[in-house]
Design a protein around this ligand. Structure first.
Ligand code: KIV
Ligand code: ZN
Length: 507
């Protein structure tokens, strides 16, 4: 019988620690519901002591999501653990995830405690957490740079104290696969009570080895892997969920292991996480990149047509990606409803009407509308509904540019019931639009990043603009705009940003 490897998803915690990837509470709940459809075993929803927003988000995820464990991260101190418990206790299956570093470098320079003191803190944290719930995970931060015998002592002690999962992270992405596998085997062979807990691993991708290290750990006895959708996370990110899962699925005989994941939900989850975090997926990213299943060379195309096995070890349907054209301008609401329902979307009738209208408008211009377009439009419409009443509504925008003309933008908006008009010139039209928006808003907005992407390629494709800007207090806002026109997509991204700032202010 194949071994089952648990998938511990930390997209909402470690993934959200990616620079620029702040998610609202609503967005976190939306992703958490999708992770439940994907059938992950645990959702790490956040770090409740970090901020009130984090606490509320973890609590709401715990109240809303059914199926997976909902975990909250906390340092190995009582006040952190109590805060985490207050947030996760609402879950049907709560989990407290407490951690302390075990490497000498962290103990000496960060925590300034001895090995014995850290061990005692770990044990009392686990005991304290066990008073709240049965499901307690302990992480030995920077395990891969820790002394192995000390790591074994800590592991044995926290299992004795009641930890049901012991996580051994490669926190700084330093380990090499064979070495990391050997470390897992060493712990397995030198900790007498190891069978009373599940060994988990949590690998970072600083040297591009997070997935390889996690897989090697599983081959050496780990029963849980911690990962994020699209591999997002601190610095170079975490092990990518989709890559791990598809390794187990595609090479089942090699690993003799599988997961509970519904792989047909992978593509949708990946698109949603990319869209809501604003972190675009590299084109050639394994499994979910746009080119992952595209055969360019004639020899490959011929081979695949004769028999897909010639060049394909997986097919796009396995991850829920449809390659055929899904909607044309003659398709109706039913086709859109069926297409979206099969992707796991739920919506109200009026939202479906708006989505259908926008798809048809795009089909009129673009002739063919692909799955990526439909997902982008549906996310955009559902997002707008979720955001509620917008403080700023765009009424009119006019831009002029040319090789002998200074780029200018004139913008008219309805700002909380008041009509406001502003004009500005800039280095280019987008710069002019951003400056006009700043005038409308009446406070400085600093555009830090601007990214334009064509959803499905081609000059008639939907434009997806993501912007990162800061307000006068240096707070970051990451928003997106979707339109067939790049200027309009840019304007929408900025208007969405101002509305997000207004909501923050009200909060
Ligand atoms: O990278 C790491 O070590 C972590 C722990 C808190 C699990 O994120
Ligand atoms: Zn981490």
């Amino acid at each position: 019988m194949k071994r089952n490897v648990s998938i511990f998803d930390t997209t909402l915690r470690d993934g959200e620690q990616s620079p620029g990837a702040t998610l609202t509470t609503d967005e976190k709940v939306k992703i958490a519901l999708q992770l439940a459809l994907l059938r992950v075993d645990t959702i790490e929803a956040g770090f409740p002591i970090a901020s009130n927003d984090d606490f509320e988000a973890v609590k709401l995820v715990a109240q809303t999501v059914d199926g997976p464990y909902v975990a909250g991260l906390c340092r190995a101190v009582e006040k952190d653990i109590s805060r985490a418990w207050d947030a996760v206790k609402h879950a049907a299956k709560p989990c407290i995830h407490t951690f302390i570093a075990t490497s000498d470098i962290h103990l000496q320079y960060k925590l300034k405690v001895s090995r014995e003191e850290a061990l005692a803190m770990a044990v009392s944290a686990v005991r304290f957490a066990r008073n709240c719930t049965d499901r307690v995970e302990f992480s030995a931060e920077d395990a891969s740079r820790s002394d192995w015998d000390y790591l074994c002592r800590v592991t044995e002690a926290v299992i004795d104290a009641g930890a049901s999962v012991v996580n051994l992270p490669d926190t700084v992405g330093y380990a090499e696969p064979e070495e990391f596998g050997r470390m897992i085997r060493y712990v397995r062979e030198h900790v007498p009570n190891i069978d009373d807990a599940v060994i988990s691993v949590h690998c970072h991708n600083d040297l591009g080895l997070a997935v390889a290290n996690s897989l090697e750990a599983v081959r050496n006895g780990a029963g849980q892997v911690e990962c994020t959708v699209n591999g997002i996370g601190e610095r170079a990110g975490n092990a990518s969920l989709e890559e791990l899962v598809m390794n187990f699925k595609t090479r089942a005989e090699y690993f003799d292991a599988d997961t509970n994941i519904d792989t047909c939900q992978i593509f949708k989850t990946s698109q949603m996480v990319s869209r809501l975090t604003g972190i675009t997926i590299q084109r050639n990213k394994a499994i979910v990149g746009r080119n992952a299943f595209a055969h360019e060379s004639g020899i490959h195309q011929h081979g695949v047509l004769s028999n897909p096995l010639c060049y394909e070890i997986m097919n796009p349907e396995m991850i829920g990606k449809k390659t055929e054209i899904v909607v044309g301008k003659h398709s109706g609401k039913h086709a859109v409803r069926d297409g979206l329902s099969s992707l796991g979307y739920t919506f109200e009738e009026h939202q479906l009407n708006t989505i259908t209208e926008r798809i048809k408008a795009l089909a009129d211009k673009q002739k063919t509308v692909l799955q990526e377009d439909i997902i982008a439009i549906a996310d955009d419409v559902l997002n707008e509904s979720r955001m509620g009443v917008a403080a700023v509504k765009l009424e009119e925008v006019t831009v002029t540019t040319g090789n002998k003309t200074t780029p200018t933008a004139v913008i008219t908006v309805d700002y909380a019931g008041e009509k406001k008009i502003a004009a500005a010139y800039g280095a280019g039209v987008i710069d002019a639009v951003a400056k006009a928006m700043t005038k409308v808003y009446g406070a400085p907005l600093k555009l830090e990043e601007y990214e334009l992407k064509a959803i499905t390629g081609g000059t008639d494709a939907l434009a997806d603009v993501s912007v990162l800007f800061t307000d006068e207090e240096g707070r970051e806002y990451h928003t997106r705009g979707l339109d067939e026109d790049i200027v309009m997509a840019s304007v929408k991204a900025l208007v969405n940003g101002i509305n997000q700032m207004e909501r923050e202010k009200r909060r």
